[in-house]
Design a binder for this molecule. Structure first.
Ligand code: NAD
Ligand code: IPM
Ligand code: MN
Length: 354
């Protein structure tokens, strides 16, 4: 029996609603496939913890998290009570402290789901946004000067390193080799001549190492349009932290909705736990109504199973999601009537009938 300790940071808003259903699906696949056991430990952190303690997470939260084999994350953010740049800091600290530099965000339009792009079907929308997740525009580097005065200054500096760019490109080339063998690197090197010209040079230095991969480069503005106009041109998109954030949301949109989109924050060297979370946020507009789409969280659970090398279980979850969506199971955000729980139950039914 393989045993894994999973830390569950469900967070705020719809985070706990979708994570609860993700865990039900993981329980079902554990019973059905067998041979492994996931022990879940609930970490009740986020906005509620803040109102009780004045902190979002305990001071030693990274030490606590480092003891798990993997982390399941829901969403954080309660903008009516806590400013977003405070709430979201622990999430960014987990990604950076645990060197989860490869953020994989697969975007697929599943059969049975209505996509927003005219004339584009499931065969046209199947890509992965690979987001550099440890540096770039998200480094805490900057400051505010002359606060509140008319001559106030804010400085926010991005940090791009040769090693950071090279390792995310290596991950991207290896990922592309398992897929349709196409890598598109996104920059804005026509305007940002230090950081993104370094990206261009690092790619030029390494592309000969991967002769079987077709390489393309696009500036982020063109890529934003091309993902909408011709998504079939993309297989693996490698982008900096901020551009990857934005493009993964376009990817979610063209796949039928953000509620379907999973994400994995991977430390490829396995020195630290990796973290699995839906791409979406805490969705305060629909929180507490039981209508959030749990599919992004459920597919993030499948990515966790795959990372733990439980391939049969991961495939069982993915196939059950595909079968449920193909049969028309849908929450409101994708045009259906099912509740969060009912959607998970339709997926679990497909796992059980396997
Ligand atoms: P959001 O992703 O929470 O919501 C955007 C829109 O998509 C909303 O209309 C929402 O109802 C809808 N949506 C999102 N997930 C859905 C789901 N599973 N099912 C159905 N509909 C869904 O983004 P936002 O509104 O910009 O941000 C809300 C809060 O979440 C903010 O505090 C923000 O900072 C935070 N946030 C957190 C994360 C994270 O924890 N990883 C990610 C993004 C945003
Ligand atoms: C995401 C989110 C976060 C990010 C925010 C909430 C800090 O948008 O996971 O995509 O920008 O990384
Ligand atoms: Mn985002």
């Amino acid at each position: 029996m393989k045993e894994y300790e999973i830390g569950v940071f469900a967070g705020d808003g719809i985070g706990p609603e979708v994570v609860a259903q993700g865990i039900r699906v993981l329980d079902a696949v554990q019973d059905k496939v067998g041979g492994f056991r996931l022990t879940m430990t609930d970490l009740p952190w986020g906005a509620i913890y803040w109102t009780e303690t004045g902190r979002l997470v305990p001071e030693d939260f990274l030490d606590i998290l480092s003891g798990f084999d993997a982390i399941l994350f829901g969403a954080i953010g309660d903008p009516a009570r806590v400013p977003d740049h405070i709430t979201l800091e622990p999430l960014i600290r987990i990604r950076q402290s645990f060197d989860q530099y490869a953020c994989m965000r697969p975007c697929r339009l599943y059969p049975g789901v209505h996509g927003p792009l005219a004339g584009k079907g499931p065969e046209d929308v199947d890509l992965v946004v690979l987001r550099e997740n440890s540096e770039g525009e998200y480094v805490d580097s900057g400051g505010r000067f002359r606060r509140g005065r008319p001559d106030e200054v804010a400085l926010q500096t991005a940090i791009h390193t040769r090693r950071g760019i090279e390792r995310i490109l290596v991950f991207g080339f290896e990922l592309a080799a398992t897929r349709r063998k196409r890598l598109t690197m996104i920059t804005k090197s026509n305007a940002q001549k230090y950081g993104f010209v370094l990206w261009d040079e690092v790619l030029a230095d390494m592309r000969d190492r991967y002769p079987e991969i077709e390489v393309d480069k696009q500036h982020v503005d063109a890529a934003a349009m091309n993902m909408v106009r011709s998504p079939e041109r993309f297989d693996v998109i490698v982008a900096s932290n901020l551009f990857g954030d934005i493009l993964s949301e376009i990817g979610g949109g063209i796949s039928g909705g953000l509620g379907l989109a999973p994400s994995a924050n991977i430390n490829p060297e396995r020195h630290y736990p990796s973290m699995f979370e839906p791409t979406h946020g805490s969705a305060p507009d629909i929180a507490g109504q039981g209508i959030a789409n749990p599919v992004g969280a459920i597919l993030s659970g499948a990515m966790m199973l795959e990372w733990l090398e439980l391939d049969e279980a991961a495939a069982a979850v993915r196939h059950a999601v595909e079968a449920a969506l193909a049969s028309g199971a849908a929450t409101r955000d994708i045009g259906g009537v099912l509740s969060t729980e009912q959607m998970a139950e339709r997926i679990i039914a497909h796992i059980e009938e396997r």
